[in-house]
Design a protein. Structure first.
Length: 366
């Protein structure tokens, strides 16, 4: 939004509305996020909420069609690759409105993934393909997009990181653990495939903590990941002795090793998590966004997956892919702790000016 406000101050006549397809009381829409990022709440909530992705797609299409009928719109910008994003993209084109896709050209090359289908549909319909890097631009070119549609604008996540870098804050809960800045590993977990395989998850957690040695592992976990990790019996972890601590008013589980610790804590607000990730010794994650943050901050990162949609985090950045292999994870963590990580650099146009480029491009197309 700051890029639009800057353009307005420079004389451009631009107006916009932020549309959220869910409910205003959606529990996954953390209210602190808007304050942390210094952006306004959505102008419009479509109010769609259902478990079936196909039903959600149909309901979002119906609600967004009503929105476009009542609100003159020059261009719709959709972000990422959710079912709701695809629904909005389809309606936009059916209504004859120009469509722009932010983070276009990301691919897993696994057509069995619902998100992969969404990506193909959205990119195929878009008038403007805003890509984060050369790899994504190459993908949409090979799939038949005209060069005039493709704009390598950079990674929008970097805008957020640069804008908020000086506003990041040390999480108070970490003080209660006796952990020092730069002397911990950060661990995040969300993938259903890992959460559903308790044996594999246990092996990977043990490999990670053993390799970390004296370095504690801090894990801000959401449900159901927190439930799965807390439910792993301590007796099934070699040498583990369970203990508990109370950050704020909630009890969260921690498992102490003789040589180190694994602390599962509540999810953190954006500015606190950002600080934790920016000052970690290393990061272990299954999140593409967290891996991108690690590259931006030049923090060693091991991703618990065999692929990444943003390959530049591996080819240029600080990320390595260890899949679901406990031995490879242990090796990567050992190298993090020993300070023996690969040399890396910031990918092209990860400079925090992506939003400015997008606003300028769209303004010139009016």
């Amino acid at each position: 939004m700051w890029a639009i406000n800057n353009a307005r101050q420079n004389g451009l006549d631009i107006s916009f509305k932020l549309v959220y397809t869910g409910r205003s009381d959606d529990p996954t829409l953390e209210q602190t996020l808007f304050a942390d990022l210094q952006i306004s709440q959505p102008d419009v909530y479509l109010g769609v909420d259902c478990d079936s992705l196909n039903e959600l797609t149909g309901r979002v299409m119906a609600e967004f069609e009503r929105y476009l009928a009542a609100n003159k719109t020059d261009v719709v910008i959709v972000v990422d690759d959710l079912a709701s994003t695809m629904a909005v993209a389809i309606v936009t084109k059916k209504c004859g409105v120009r469509l722009a896709h932010l983070v276009a050209g990301t691919r897993s090359f696994d057509i069995n993934m619902p998100k992969e289908i969404n990506r193909l549909v959205i990119d195929g319909l878009s008038d403007y393909l805003f890509t984060a890097g050369a790899g994504s631009s190459s993908i949409v070119t090979r799939e038949g997009a005209a060069m005039s549609q493709i704009y390598m604008v950079g990674n929008i996540l970097m805008d957020t990181l640069r804008f908020n870098h000086s506003r990041l804050r040390w999480p108070a809960v970490i003080d209660s653990l006796g952990i020092s800045e730069g002397r911990y590993l950060l661990f995040t977990l969300n993938r259903k495939a890992l959460l559903s395989d308790e044996g594999k998850l246990k092996r990977m957690l043990v490999a990670m903590v053993d390799a970390a040695g004296e370095v504690p592992v801090v894990a801000p976990l959401r449900k159901p990941a927190s439930d799965v990790v807390a439910g792993l019996p301590a007796t099934r972890w070699a040498s583990l002795t369970p203990h508990f601590f109370k950050p704020a008013s909630d009890v969260v589980a921690g498992f102490g090793l003789p040589s180190g610790s694994f602390f599962a804590i509540e999810p953190l607000p954006y500015l606190e998590f950002g600080y934790l990730s920016a000052h970690a010794m290393g990061i272990v994650t299954d999140s593409g966004n967290v891996a991108e943050e690690a590259t931006f901050n030049n923090i060693p990162c091991a991703t618990l997956n065999s692929y990444t949609e943003h390959i530049e985090t591996v080819s240029q950045g600080s990320n390595v892919l260890v899949g679901e292999d406990a031995a490879r994870l242990g090796q990567a963590v050992g190298e993090m702790v020993a300070g023996k990580w690969k040399k890396c650099s910031l990918p092209d146009r990860w400079d925090g000016r992506t939003a400015e480029r997008i606003v300028r491009i769209l303004a010139e197309m009016k």
